[in-house]
Design a protein around this ligand. Structure first.
Ligand code: MN
Length: 229
């Protein structure tokens, strides 16, 4: 390798239960409108022909149990509680069996969003980056290996703000299942270890202000926590 002109920050990593080594964050893919009730509260309908995605820079990953400064450029900063899926092996143009086999681990995640900018960009048919690709706004709790999680479906996914419950759904409410998402996404990308997929948020999203503490849970996984400062 030739010398580089300067050094980039080390990659972000996520702890894995049962491992001393951590999971390095490669790419972060996020699914839009994967819970019908959330799509409805956003004033849009679920597209049942195919899922759609946006991405967040890997450098924007943030650990659970940390403080996130309220970001600039928004007056309506929202939480979205989500199931994260960590890819464990290379997979491209997968079928459902290959997609399932590519799942390494699951974890709780937060897709923190400048909602005002996302909606203004959406209205202008512009990309959502300023609304979604926000520094520190892909928050990951420690991962749990897929085998310990079992079948995805009956688990509750919940989020509370300052102890008051705001989101409460089950993973079976997802429009596109995890294997269906991986099958579809692998038609466009050579998915590989390090790739994380945020699978969408249920209904009940809302704003936070400095001083708020978010607590999210999915049955069988480590909870996630974030304080806004
Ligand atoms: Mn989301």
């Amino acid at each position: 390798m030739p010398d580089t002109l300067f050094t980039l920050p080390d990659p972000k990593t996520v702890p894995v239960n049962g491992e001393t080594a951590t999971y390095p964050v490669g790419r972060i893919f996020c699914v839009g409108r994967n819970y019908a009730a959330h799509a409805a509260e956003m004033g849009v309908e679920v597209d049942r022909e195919a899922p759609f995605y946006f991405t967040k820079a890997a450098s924007h990953a943030q650990a659970s149990d940390t403080a996130l400064p309220y970001p600039p450029g928004t007056e309506n900063f929202h939480y979205e509680m989500e199931l994260a899926v960590a890819i464990g092996k290379p997979v491209f143009q997968a079928d459902l069996t290959q997609a399932t086999a590519a799942i390494y681990a699951y974890g709780c995640a937060l897709d923190m969003t400048r909602r005002d900018l996302q909606q203004a960009l959406r209205a202008k048919q512009r990309p959502w980056d300023l609304g979604k690709d926000v520094e520190g706004c892909a928050v990951f709790a420690p991962l749990s290996k897929a085998a310990t999680m079992g079948h995805i479906g009956p688990q509750k996914i919940r989020l509370s703000v300052n102890g008051k419950q705001r989101q409460n759904a089950t993973l079976a409410d997802m429009v596109w299942s995890v294997p269906e998402l991986i099958r579809h996404l692998s038609g466009f990308y050579h998915l590989r270890p390090g790739d994380l997929i945020l699978t969408g948020t249920p209904a009940g999203v809302g704003p936070v202000v400095a001083g708020d503490t978010l607590t999210g849970s999915i049955d069988g996984l480590d909870p996630i926590r974030l304080t806004i400062t």
